[in-house]
Design a protein around this ligand. Structure first.
Ligand SMILES: NC(=O)c1ccc[n+]([C@@H]2O[C@H](COP(=O)([O-])OP(=O)(O)OC[C@H]3O[C@@H](n4cnc5c(N)ncnc54)[C@H](O)[C@@H]3O)[C@@H](O)[C@H]2O)c1
Length: 204
């Protein structure tokens, strides 16, 4: 069970996404505290620990897995390393948040799911839009049976997460796209990889 008090987090991978999204998120949330950061590039681990006021930096994920004072391991490394790290974290009895994709074979996901269940551990994949209102609405339509049994989903997304909520429709024209890109640069990276594709999509 996750404790009722503060969730103690070990972040594995201190690259772009950990520093731009995960660590700032933890810092904003009083329900958790990052107690260790790991990166095989030890200088990056140390710099990140300093920047986010994390007490421990290490280059070896095993240091995180073996600690008793870590409840949750956040796997934020390159994709090909996700499954091994997530699996080892589960084996060590940690709850796991893993960046997408966890692996490339759904049977591995099933194995990991079974391992987590057998140890009463929680798991989650870092899907950026899980809690976006449009995605939650779509999920509700499916759950209510409104669309019947879905076989395929086609959608367009506009990634607003780094745009100022005071002016959320700034990206509806080329000119405003341009200023949105400026805002994106100053705030952090956007999950949509191509700025031109980003701008070409209609505002919802
Ligand atoms: N959910 C989203 O919207 C979203 C957005 C961006 C990135 N991602 C995912 O996040 C992950 C990380 O992306 P990124 O852009 O930060 O990559 P990155 O290359 O900037 O950072 C990865 C870091 O992990 C470190 N690393 C590699 N192997 C390691 C290991 N075994 N143990 C500890 N550290 C290790 C690297 O040294 C590097 O610093 C990727 O899987 C990517 O797909 C998800």
């Amino acid at each position: 069970m996750i404790r009722d008090t503060i969730v103690r987090v070990g972040v594995v991978g201190a690259g772009t996404w950990a520093r731009a999204a995960h660590l700032p998120g933890y810092r904003r949330d009083p329900r958790c505290r990052v107690v260790a950061v790991c990166d095989i590039e030890i200088d990056r681990a140390r710099d990140t620990a300093r920047a986010f006021d994390v007490p421990t930096a290490t280059a070896d994920a095993a240091d995180i897995f073996r600690r008793d004072d870590i409840d949750l391991v956040d796997v934020c490394t390159p994709s090909h390393t996700h499954f091994d790290l997530a699996w080892r974290a589960l084996e060590a009895g940690k709850h796991v948040l893993c960046e997408k994709p966890v692996c490339h074979d759904y049977r591995d996901i099933r194995r990991a799911h079974e391992l987590a269940e057998s140890k009463n551990l929680k798991t989650k994949v870092g899907l950026t839009f899980r809690y976006a209102p449009a995605v939650m609405y779509m999920q509700a339509l499916i759950a209510d049976g409104f669309v019947g049994e879905p076989y395929i989903f086609n959608g367009f997304e506009q990634n607003y997460q780094w745009i100022d909520p005071e002016t959320p429709r700034r990206s509806s024209t080329w000119r405003t796209c341009s200023s949105a890109r400026t805002s994106r640069r100053s705030s952090g990276p956007c999950a949509t990889s191509s700025p031109s594709a980003w701008c070409a999509r209609p505002t919802a």
